[in-house]
Design a protein around this ligand. Structure first.
Ligand SMILES: Cc1cc2nc3c(=O)[nH]c(=O)nc-3n(C[C@H](O)[C@H](O)[C@H](O)COP(=O)(O)O)c2cc1C
Length: 171
């Protein structure tokens, strides 16, 4: 099968999650393309010829990045006919009440493309990478520096996507 992973990332953490998922899905014998949707506009051609889609975004101030939201909504009608999985990277540790994605906003996207699920992964924060404004926001919400990405959880999720595609092939 041909699978597209579209991803929006500001500082690379979510892009690396997408690359990891791509590796797992490729190892299962599928053809996978990775599309960076952080910037720019991606017309209907961008989704031509794919059997299934994974769309991911980093979370900033409770929201998906604009590029990932736009990609999802621009192609919503076409994506409704295919298996779609959504994923986010955000939370920086277990006990910080300020992080996460606004459920209502991500639910809108799940409904728009009739996604199978939305999966939230922990993210990575490195203050030395941030703009002054981002650093200020990170301080205000008391976000912790560190790489909290759980590669085992990411691999297991990618395996579950592969298993679902095998069990229930599109078309
Ligand atoms: C300014 C700022 C705001 C953030 N807001 C949120 C948030 O609302 N919810 C969340 O879960 N993570 C939040 N994060 C954490 C990032 O989403 C997380 O570190 C993510 O893995 C970064 O992905 P990227 O490197 O692909 O951009 C924020 C980080 C920064 C710097």
């Amino acid at each position: 099968m041909r699978i597209l992973i579209a991803v929006a990332s500001r500082h690379g953490a979510t892009l690396q999650i997408a690359e990891r998922v791509a590796g797992v899905v490729r190892a299962a014998g599928h053809e996978v393309d990775l599309l960076d949707v952080t910037q720019g506009h991606h017309g209907p051609d961008a989704i031509d010829g794919y059997d299934a889609f994974l769309i991911g975004s980093a979370i900033y101030e409770g929201h998906w990045l604009r590029g990932a939201r736009r990609f999802t909504l621009d192609h919503a009608i076409a994506l409704q006919g295919a298996p779609v999985w959504l994923f986010s990277s955000g939370p920086l540790d277990d006990d910080d009440a300020h992080v996460g994605v606004e459920t209502r906003r991500v639910d809108e996207l799940v409904h728009a493309v009739d996604a199978i699920e939305h999966r939230l992964f922990s993210g990575r924060l490195d203050r030395t990478d941030l703009s002054r404004l981002e650093r200020w926001i990170a301080d205000v919400v008391r976000a912790h520096d560190g790489d909290f990405r759980d590669w085992d959880a990411i691999d297991a999720w990618a395996d579950s996507v592969v298993a679902m595609l095998q069990r229930d092939p599109p078309g």
